[in-house]
Design a protein around this ligand. Structure first.
Ligand SMILES: [Fe+2]
Length: 296
């Protein structure tokens, strides 16, 4: 980034049910913006969707006089439903995600036994970004870095001095994202982390999740220098092999996210809910024993 480039204005919105951070990143000159990783609220006990989180983002956009140019999902999320489709209908902005989403679609099409004509070509988004591809947010340059490991399709979006890393680095005291979902790979995540650490030291790193480590308030902003010096997993692991061992040991202790089976069928459709059935109601589909049988 040259000294003349504007510094993006970043606003994070914390969604407490899933510990997700949603972002609005805006050009200070043109007031154009992108929304990154918006959440569609979902109460799994009632099967009820709501748009409180997305509407709070729309209210911010309105209050700040912003125009939405892009709605980006960094990957198909396993812990929440994406509000990308709802926000597209509200703003008319295009939706986008990483090009390798096609691999995640193929994987989950099989798990859900979706109909043969379910497209696995990324056509549910207006744009899928390849590694290194760039786009504009007003006068800001945004660059996409493929950063797999947590999923096959994860991307990091670098906008000026801000990197939206989502499920790669968490806050330094919380380490890194899990790699045990279908398509996850700890060695690939290690390589993605190294690519992020190669960004300039003062790059602002915005993570996608925070769970209030040790009871502290949720946080989501750090820097590349802080991550290199203090991230618990980076400090503990000097090599890829050591990182993979740490990551696998940690992942073995984690239960599946409670919404993984609800969320992926929506998120591989770009945030669309399944089509209504003949009675006008939409249904989610839950595969049984997809990850092995219950131990209890
Ligand atoms: Fe995730």
């Amino acid at each position: 980034m040259s000294k003349l480039d504007p510094r993006p204005i970043v606003q994070g919105f914390y969604e407490a049910c899933s510990g997700s951070i949603q972002y609005v990143v805006a050009c200070p000159v043109t007031r154009r913006c992108a929304i990154i990783d918006p959440v569609l609220d979902f109460d799994e006990k009632a099967g009820a969707t709501a748009t409180r989180s997305a509407d709070a983002i729309l209210a911010h956009v309105d209050e700040q006089g912003l125009t939405v140019d892009w709605i980006v999902d960094t990957h198909p999320h396993a812990d929440h439903l994406s509000a990308a489709r709802y926000l597209k209908e509200a703003t008319d902005a295009p939706t986008a995600t990483g090009a390798r989403v096609v691999d995640v679609q193929a994987l989950w099409k099989h798990i859900y036994n979706l109909p043969a004509d379910f497209p696995t070509d990324g056509s549910q988004w207006d744009k899928t970004f390849d590694d290194g591809e760039t786009f504009r947010i007003g006068e800001l340059d945004a660059r996409v870095m493929h950063s797999p490991g947590h999923t096959l399709a994860s991307i990091t979006v670098v906008v000026g001095d801000a990197a939206f890393v989502h499920d790669t680095f968490f806050m330094p005291d919380s380490g890194t994202a899990r790699c045990d979902f279908p398509g996850g790979d700890a060695a690939r995540l290690w390589r993605s982390l190294q690519r992020i650490l190669a960004l300039p030291d003062d790059t602002r790193v915005f993570t996608g999740h925070d769970y209030g480590q040790g009871g502290r308030e949720p946080l989501w902003e750090s820097t590349v220098a802080e991550q290199r010096a203090t991230n618990t997993h980076i400090v503990a692991a000097g090599t890829e092999d050591e990182f993979v061992a740490i990551r696998k040991a940690r992942d073995a202790t984690l239960p599946m996210p409670k919404l993984i089976l609800h969320a992926l069928q929506v998120n591989i459709r770009g945030g669309r809910l399944p089509d209504p059935e003949a009675n006008g109601r939409r249904y989610l589909k839950i595969p049984l024993d997809a990850f092995g049988r219950s131990a209890s």
